[in-house]
Structures are given as C-alpha cells and as structure tokens.
Design a protein around this ligand. Structure first.
Ligand code: ADP
Ligand code: MG
Length: 279
C-alpha cells in the first residue's frame, strides 16, 4: 500500500513568553492508505500536536507534511481549510456538535460546506446515521442526546463525506468503558467498510488494541513503532454485513453542484472505497 501521509523532519515549537516548548522533535513518519493507526503516549507527550500538524490544523515550525501529493505545510490558511473540507474528517473528545441542531443537521454539515444539494445531503446523513445506530434519533437535538449518542453523531459527521483520512483525538475520553468499546468497534467497522485511513490519538493502551499499527510518542519523538494484530478483524468489505441499500449516487437527470462534483459523498463505481486525494 502506498503512503497517504508522510512527514519529513517535522518539528513544532511553541513559544510561551520567553520559554520555548519543543512539542514535536524531528518526526519522520509514513502512514499507509487504509491503515488504522494509533498514536499513543502520556499526557503532554505531543500526541495532539502531531495530529494537528498531520491534519493541517496547525503550521509546523519546520519540516514537511505530505498528504498524497500535497505538502500541506506549505499551504496558506485558505488552501488548508479547503483541503481539510475535501479530504479530512475529525472526531473530538468533546464531540463539537451544534447543540441546537438535530443529529441529521449536524451530520450533514460537511456536505453543506462542500456544496452538496440539500436532498442529497439529508439522504447521505440519514444513511450514515442508520449505520451508527441512530436511525430513530435523527430529528433529536444534539444537546438532548447522551454522550455516547453525541459521539455517534460526531462519528457520522466525520464519515458522511467519506474523506480519505479521519483523525480522532481521544474520541472516547468522555465515555464510560462500555460505551468506549461500542464506539471503538463502530469506528473500526466504518473505517474498514469505506477503506478510510484512520488515525487515532489516545493515552489509553486498551484502545491501541484495535489498530493495525501502534506508534508510541514521548517528548515529541517517536520512541516505538510496531504492527499490531487488531482486536477485531474486519478485513474486507466483502466480509461485512450487507450494506445499506440506500443509494447516494446521483440520479439520472440530476445536476450536482459544481462544488460537489468531486465529493467523496458520491460513491465510486466499485466497492465502498473512499475518495482518493486528487493531485
Ligand atoms: P498530548 O496531546 O500528548 O497530551 P500536546 O500535544 O497537547 O500533548 O502537548 C505537547 C506539549 O506541547 C506539552 O508540553 C504542551 O504543554 C505543549 N503545548 C501544546 N499546545 C500548546 C500551545 N498552543 N502553546 C504552548 N504550548 C503548547
Ligand atoms: Mg492531547
């Protein structure tokens, strides 16, 4: 498998007053397409900093971050925002939902930003909400849902546009142990179903068991990097339960908005593959 993410001598230094905090220290890393990769380390080890550089949320102090053929460390803020919209999904510990919007509206939001027409947005959002087990909660306000349900909406929102890569920073940090297992199983199943590269950042060693690969970080540097046999083997889409029959592909006669023309929301013709990163 080719690398979808590659860093070259990645460094991040924060300045706090006169002090310098070296949060990332010459990180060289390659992550394969479709890999479920766990970045593990204690609090303050640099996990979130690494994720933020990989996802183009922050600018590195030095080095390169390649996503496909793009060196995102060179992009300006506008280019980065548009790149993230097209290719990247996020799941946060704190869910980051719009509390006064419904589960359906929250889930459909990334498609709205991509210019997907309303009917199509809602259809795709409803489909993925059913896949995360919230088919009967679509019209509920996010703020009225339990933590586990809110994180399922967060997951649906990250996956709805089938981005090439999804980043999750301590996604189960606010959940009890039972819900944590449910959420992890769901994440792994969806990542495998849609062949989405999934980068999980956590301090919780139990979560690393779900990954294909475990990278340990300490003081901003990789100190261990090893393959792992995942706890649950969802090897191929063919091995999965039957897919939802709902179709989100353009119907004949429809003219999708230009901005939506390359949307991963539109499934490719073969299998459930996520959209690739254009040149
Ligand atoms: P982790 O996610 O592993 O807990 P972080 O990546 O958040 O660790 O932080 C790594 C180091 O960088 C810590 O020492 C932290 O205090 C520092 N740090 C993170 N973000 C900032 C910031 N915005 N300004 C200053 N220091 C920061
Ligand atoms: Mg963190």
């Amino acid at each position: 498998m080719p690398a979808i993410i590659r860093t070259n001598d990645l460094c991040k230094v924060y300045r706090v007053g006169q002090e310098k905090v070296r949060a990332l220290n010459h990180v060289n890393l390659e992550i394969e397409k479709g890999q479920i990769c766990c970045i593990i380390g204690t609090s303050g080890s640099g996990k979130s900093t690494l994720l933020n550089q990989l996802a183009g949320l922050e600018k590195p102090s030095r080095g390169e971050v390649w996503i496909g053929k793009h060196n995102i460390a060179k992009m300006n803020e506008n280019q980065l925002a548009s790149f993230r919209q097209k290719h990247v999904g996020f799941i946060f510990q704190s869910y980051n939902l719009f509390g006064t919007m419904t589960a359906l509206e929250n889930t459909a939001a990334p498609l709205l930003y991509r210019g997907v027409p309303r009917q199509k947005r809602e259809k795709a959002a409803a489909k993925i909400l059913r896949e995360v087990g919230l088919g009967d909660r679509m019209r509920h306000m996010a703020s009225q849902m339990s933590g586990g349900q809110q994180q399922r909406v967060g997951i649906a929102r990250a996956f709805v546009a089938k981005p090439a890569i999804i980043f999750a920073d301590e996604p189960t940090g606010n959940l009890d142990s039972h819900t944590t297992i449910e959420v992890m199983e769901l994440l792994v199943r969806l990542a495998r179903t849609y062949t989405i590269t999934f980068i999980l950042v956590t301090h919780d060693r139990d979560l690393a068991a779900y990954a294909d690969r475990i990278i340990t970080i300490k003081d901003g540097a990789i100190i261990d990097d090893r393959p792992n046999t995942p706890l649950i083997a969802y090897e191929t889409p063919a091995a999965l339960p039957p897919a939802d029959t709902d179709k989100t592909a353009p119907q004949s006669g429809e003219t999708p908005a230009k901005a939506a023309s390359d949307s991963p929301c539109t499934p490719p013709t073969s299998q459930n593959q996520a959209g690739g990163i254009a040149e």
